[in-house]
Design a protein around this ligand. Structure first.
Ligand code: SF4
Length: 101
């Protein structure tokens, strides 16, 4: 069963730009280049230097496959970061509920 509420799909959450030169669906997955699914978004063909527009990247096969994972994989088989940040109600923003310092 998939109970994820992916904010990258269901809200206007901003894209993220990684210091590796890649666009990502959000900043929460920005450092997850070893994750089984997210690592595909860090492939060389998706580097900004190898694309003319952001649309070329977000419409790529890799991005479509990743969004398919978010929508259709079971809860047990989702990226860890996505489960942490998006297995909550859409209106809940994990970052805003954390204590600062
Ligand atoms: S944590 Fe995952 S599901 Fe949530 S917005 Fe980011 S990429 Fe999408």
């Amino acid at each position: 069963m998939n109970t994820l509420n992916p904010k990258c799909i269901l809200t206007n959450r901003d894209l993220s730009y990684s210091n590796s030169g890649h666009i990502l669906p959000c900043c929460w997955v920005n450092t997850q280049f070893n994750d089984k699914y997210i690592k595909h978004l860090f492939k060389d063909n998706l580097h900004i230097d190898n694309n003319d527009t952001i649309e070329d990247i977000v419409n790529s096969k890799e991005w479509k496959e990743f969004m398919n994972v978010l929508k259709n994989n079971s809860d047990e088989d989702l990226p860890k970061q996505c489960k942490i940040f998006c297995s909550v109600k859409l209106e809940d923003n994990f970052e805003e509920t954390k204590e600062k310092f």
